[in-house]
Design a protein around this ligand. Structure first.
Ligand code: 2P0
Length: 324
């Protein structure tokens, strides 16, 4: 039980978004979602339970976590301790190879890696579905980061059936993303608070879950057909439907910034010139471009006319959870 365990989890970007909880405590979502796990964005987390510790010691990128973020990790460790029947505190060291809190879903890779490392360090032996359900308790998007490739989070009804399933772990057609980093600051409205505000106040929210479920069925068919244009069209429309719910909340808010619109316009103009590229956005201003590897050089050339080259990150489909 005293062994240090290190796990690596890659982040993921949803093509069909998770937006809104049916059960905030258990993190059961209102709708199923579908994502692409990405390389090279990942988190490495080492956990060691140690009876000599008097409290949990949690560091991310070498820094002790602030009270709020630290509490979320401690609550998660409590859940693992309870399941394993242990009481020892833990030392947690996590390194993000993801720009933290910049809309690149570091909580997805973070809690997936923590679930894998902490459960094993506590002596639990969990299969991948159980690991996915455990990661879900830390952060919804982490549910999907247990698997590589295209991953579906089936919303389920309760703690035992709300989990991810791999939809296509090995992808045999040309698809990748370019993340455009527009604003490195942590987002103004955290996704957890943002989606709660939307569920509670937006009159448009009731339209979201059934619409997202329809989009998910269409997306799975588009992936099976390897139809990049259809995948892109569906992802773009689904993302914008999600963002429409923030403008209609009380008080209204938006994750868009002026440069978000500039990025969207460039994607649209490339498309008008025959380049297959589409945009998606999460709970932050950054834009992710869905495209092929083949057309990426041309897209990067155009994007570099407006954005600094080091703000453009190319990501390929990535693998599922691994122990190091
Ligand atoms: C997603 N997002 O499907 C959606 C799209 C952001 C927009 O999952 O409260 O950090 O921890 O479950 O997972 C981000 O929300 O929220 C997210 P919690 P999470 O990727």
């Amino acid at each position: 039980m005293n062994n240090a365990v290190t796990a690596r989890a890659h982040t993921n970007i949803a093509l069909i978004k998770y937006w809104g909880k049916a059960d905030p405590k258990l993190i059961i979502p209102q709708n199923s979602s579908l994502s692409l796990t990405l390389d090279p964005f990942y988190t490495d987390t080492t956990v060691q339970f140690d009876a000599a510790l008097t409290q949990d010691q949690i560091k991310i990128d070498g820094q002790v976590l602030n009270q709020t973020a630290g509490q979320r990790v401690r609550d998660f460790l409590d859940l693992v301790r309870q399941r394993a029947g242990i009481t020892a505190f833990a030392q947690v060291n996590s390194y993000n190879h993801v720009p933290t809190a910049a809309g690149l879903a570091s909580s997805a890779s973070g809690f997936a890696a923590l679930a894998a490392a902490a459960s094993k360090a506590a002596g639990l032996t969990l299969d991948q579905p159980a690991l996915s359900r455990l990661a879900r308790r830390g952060s919804g998007s982490a549910t999907r980061s247990i698997y590589g490739g295209f991953v579906e989070w089936q919303k389920g009804h309760n703690d035992l059936d709300s989990q991810a399933v791999p939809f296509q772990e090995t992808i045999d057609f040309d698809i990748q993303m370019i993340a455009i980093l527009l604003d490195p600051r942590p987002k103004k409205v955290a996704s957890r608070a943002g989606m709660a505000q939307v569920v509670a106040t937006s009159p448009y929210y009731t339209a979201w879950p059934p619409s997202a479920e329809k989009d998910l069925i269409a997306m799975k068919a588009a992936i099976l057909k390897k139809d990049l244009n259809l995948i892109g069209q569906l992802a773009e429309a689904n993302a914008m439907k999600m963002h429409a719910t923030t403008l209609s909340a009380t008080p209204p808010f938006t994750y868009f910034e002026p440069e978000t619109l500039a990025a969207i316009e460039i994607v649209q103009s490339l498309r008008n010139n025959g380049v297959s590229c589409y945009y998606t956005m999460d709970a932050g201003p950054n834009v992710k471009v869905i495209c092929s590897a083949k057309e990426t050089p041309a897209i990067l050339t155009r994007l570099r006319q407006h954005f600094p080259a080091d703000h453009l990150l190319v990501a390929k489909p990535g693998p599922g959870i691994a122990y190091l």
